[in-house]
Design a protein around this ligand. Structure first.
Ligand code: UTP
Length: 491
């Protein structure tokens, strides 16, 4: 074949990889769903571009996308549901509500940790658009004085838990194509944060295409690639199975999975109390919540409807239902989701066998795209619909689900927005870490001068009790002394 013919207008004559056939197959499949426009630039693409576009398209479930675009799956009337909603079965922060004591729960959780039956799962696949940090969010330096990254913060806690219970707690880290390579490189460059190489498992979640919000047409991010984004933290279920992580956990004898988000440095990873409550309740999925401060607070509401625990998003909760109170005048729907869960591994395995169990949620977002002339457009208004699955939608399918109240100042300080925003900023999270560590020191009789910042590495002391021991043993300043200047107590 001459060089000239390889440059024919269609560009498909010199086609050793059978790209012409691929084009025909793709065009037919896409046309059946009104999505053939994504091949608009095919003739201008080189072989690598064609190959990558064809691969991306092969992954898209066009039937499902049709259904989502047509909204055929949207059948829940939250107004009706919310009217029937009640408070979920729970144990409150003061220990009331359960038939067992907090001490019993703690002992039970500690037993599981000592037997090595607990793993931690951190979801770190989000794009972190609100924070505007140009690396994966887990690499954000959250340590108020140490500058430790979120990943390092979690690793230090896991090392401390392992030391205390004499068994390692393996870390399963979910990334997405948006965060995978950089996260892996970071872990490799930092010796897996001091966790054993065999105790860190990174697996990547799937993606979903974004569509034009008006027409439902697939958007191209480039001439040779779709606008794809991670398929939501609900993508964890499929990704755990697909990656083999679920099976690896089984082989390792893991029975409970402690789930947390990468953006909450206060999350008490592998907390024996939470795990213990989960076990004592015979729960398949347990959720830690905080008490809502006001009826329409922007959190998911963990509620009980027709005997099933589920979450109704604040945006779906009618005001009337949000304002319902009990006999004592307290909010009936009081439990705010903070995305900390404990799962039975076998419950997740069952969920993974039934991929349709989790519905898709829609979000209208600004998604840059390439228009029909091949020009890149940075939209100023939300132009696209994204589809995501949420992990908490597993709650209703648990044969038994349970709720445990946590104290926000001890368990929740999310890093969502850039500094300057009213809430959930890095500054607020750093402040919460300092406040908590200051309280631990003060409880142990150490004074911290006003305005002075302190930070304690979990490896030195994991909680108030360990701070008290470290003070008594001289590993932290003595009781009765005053810390006069900012100090990081390292591991
Ligand atoms: P958010 O919903 O807060 O999203 O994720 P985000 O990506 O961090 O931030 P924005 O909305 O773009 O600003 C909550 C948690 O779920 C994880 C995130 O990494 C975070 O830990 N997540 C979210 C995933 O792992 N995958 C996803 O597809 C979405």
């Amino acid at each position: 074949m001459s060089e000239q013919s390889s440059e024919s207008p269609s560009g498909v004559d010199a086609d050793p990889a059978g790209l012409a056939e691929r084009f025909a197959g793709l065009a037919e499949r896409l046309a059946a769903h009104g999505q053939q426009h994504v091949l608009r630039f095919w003739d201008q693409l080189d072989a690598a571009g064609r190959d990558s576009l064809a691969r991306q398209l092969a992954e898209v479930d066009l039937e499902l996308l049709d259904q989502l675009v047509r909204g055929e799956d949207q059948s829940v009337d939250f107004g009706v549901l919310a009217a029937r909603a009640e408070a979920p079965p729970s144990v409150r922060a003061d220990g009331t509500g359960a038939e067992w004591s907090v001490a019993e729960a703690r002992a039970r959780g500690e037993e599981s940790l000592r037997r090595g039956e607990v793993a931690v799962l951190i979801v770190a696949g989000g794009q972190g658009t609100r924070l505007g940090f140009d690396q994966p969010k887990g690499m954000f330096p959250v340590g108020p004085l140490s500058g430790r990254t979120l990943f390092q913060f979690f690793a230090d806690r896991l090392k401390a838990v392992a030391r205390r219970y004499g068994r390692t707690v393996p870390l399963y880290l979910m990334t997405s194509p948006a965060t995978h390579e950089e996260t892996l490189a970071y872990l490799q460059a930092n010796d897996y944060l001091g966790l054993g190489r065999d105790d860190v498992h990174v697996f990547c979640q799937g993606t979903m295409p974004a569509v034009d919000r008006e027409s439902g047409k697939l958007l191209l991010a480039e001439r040779d690639s779709l606008a794809l984004s991670p398929d939501g933290h609900g993508g964890t279920v499929a990704a755990l199975q697909r990656s083999g992580a679920l099976e690896a956990m089984r082989r390792r004898g893991i029975r409970q999975l402690f789930y947390a988000q990468v953006d909450n440095p206060l999350v008490p990873l592998a907390d024996p109390e939470l795990i213990g409550h989960h076990l004592m309740a015979g729960s398949e999925m347990t959720t830690q919540v905080v008490r809502k401060r006001f009826p329409m607070e922007k959190v998911g509401n963990v509620v009980l409807v027709d005997g099933r625990v589920q979450i109704i998003e604040y945006s779906d909760l009618p005001e009337q239902a949000a304002e319902m109170t009990d006999e004592a005048g307290n909010l009936k729907l009081w439990a705010g989701n903070i995305a900390v869960h404990v799962f039975e591994l076998e419950f997740l395995a069952r969920a993974a066998d039934d991929p349709q169990r989790l519905p898709f949620h829609r979000a209208t977002k600004k998604v840059p795209y390439v228009d029909e002339r091949g020009q890149r457009v940075e939209p100023e208004e939300p132009n696209a619909t994204k589809f995501e699955r949420f992990i908490f939608d597993l709650l209703p399918s648990a044969s038994h689900a349970f709720v445990v109240e946590g104290i926000p100042a001890e368990v929740f300080a999310p890093v969502k927005n850039a500094d300057g925003a009213p809430t959930d900023t890095p500054a607020a999270a750093k402040g919460a870490i300092v406040d908590l560590h200051r309280r631990w020191l003060e409880q142990a009789g150490v004074n911290v001068a006003a305005g002075v910042q302190v930070e304690i590495n979990s490896q030195l002391a994991l909680d108030a009790g360990e701070v008290a021991s470290a003070v008594a043993e001289g590993r932290l300043p003595a009781a009765g002394t005053t810390i006069e200047s900012d100090q990081y107590f390292g591991g």
